[in-house]
Write a protein that binds this ligand. Structure first.
Ligand code: AKB
Length: 314
């Protein structure tokens, strides 16, 4: 059996930065090739410059390094995606189709494709949104993720490609910055609080959204990818639930550490996106199939973020 060799696309992004590190820690430097549009300074492993929509470039990396698995993280997120919908669709879908087709052609062992709560929208049950609720996305990012889920399922059904996927909530972490998402407020707020600055929140104080701490998101990804194949019953994408809260809940929890912390609410177009998304997801399929259990709730996330960012800003 050939040695496991992982390619991560979008490795310089919010999730990619931390997931690549976790994969290297788990499987070793030699087993992980990171890639991104940009170079990565002081990389302990091989890093390739790659535009994930470039199928020829992707094939070259796969053959050169003997890649056996791909974690395809490169994508334009929800808020940024609305600036140029056609370009967002092209980048998100073209890169996914490039990854799936090359993975099937080279008979790779596994592919990971991140989906999102953004696949939901419209008139759905907002609390505990069911796994099989209708997908009526409100953003081009959500449309690309919903289509991507169906492509993942198609490649599994038609070509037997072992594609696995999670519908991530907003991801909160201290090691990397998000960019272009609707849930980014829940990271930015901590950077301001720890620096003693006021935070202007672009969402309404009552905008409940599902969120997940980075450690939980990484663990969920690795647990899903390491689960035995016969445990995976969802081939579109698994609902994943960890915590759900509003901006005003975060502000209140931050004030336990910084009593003078101030927040102003100035909702913009991102509020409409947030309002179309679920408050929480029913993730019972993930719990049943590969035993998913979150470990971080709001108070744990706040304590960790403040403790870690305080070190960065001193
Ligand atoms: C975004 O806000 O666009 C992302 C997501 C929920 O997929 N964080």
């Amino acid at each position: 059996m050939s040695k496991q060799k992982i390619l991560v696309t979008g490795a310089n992004g919010q999730l990619g930065t931390v997931l690549s590190k976790a994969l290297i820690e788990r499987y070793g430097n030699d087993s992980v090739i990171t890639s991104d549009l940009r170079d990565k300074a002081n990389s302990p492993n091989v890093h390739e410059i790659l535009d994930a929509t470039d199928t020829a470039g992707l094939k070259r990396i796969i053959t050169t390094h003997g890649i056996t698995e791909i974690y395809h993280l490169a994508a334009v997120l929800s808020a940024k995606g609305e600036e140029d919908p056609i370009r967002t669709w092209e980048i998100n879908l073209k890169s996914l189709l490039s990854v799936l087709s090359v993975a099937a052609e080279h008979m790779l062992n596994k592919v990971f494709f991140p989906s999102s709560i953004a696949v939901y929208g419209g008139d759905i049950r907002k609390w505990d949104t069911p796994q099989d609720a209708p997908l009526n996305p409100s953003t081009v990012y959500g449309i690309s993720k919903a289509a991507g889920e169906n492509w993942a399922n198609y490649y599994f059904t038609k070509y037997g490609l072992d594609v696995r996927s999670l519908r991530y909530p907003g991801i909160i972490g201290h090691e990397s910055l998000p960019g272009g998402g609707t849930t980014d407020y829940a990271v930015d707020i901590f950077h301001k609080a720890v620096q003693g600055q006021k935070f202007d929140c672009y969402l309404h104080e009552d905008a409940t959204l599902p969120m997940i701490y980075m450690d939980d998101a990484i663990r969920a990804t690795i647990e899903l990818m390491e689960a035995p194949k016969n445990c995976i019953s969802i081939r579109t994408s698994y609902n994943l639930q960890a915590a759900s809260f509003r901006p005003k809940d975060v502000a209140k929890a931050i004030r336990k550490f910084y009593p003078d912390f101030q927040i102003d609410y100035k909702p913009d177009f991102r509020q409409d996106i947030a309002a179309s998304w679920p408050y929480s997801l029913d993730d019972s399929k993930a719990r049943e199939d590969w035993k998913w259990r979150p470990q971080f709730q709001l108070k744990d996330i706040v304590a960790e973020m403040i403790s870690e960012l305080s070190k960065q800003y001193t």
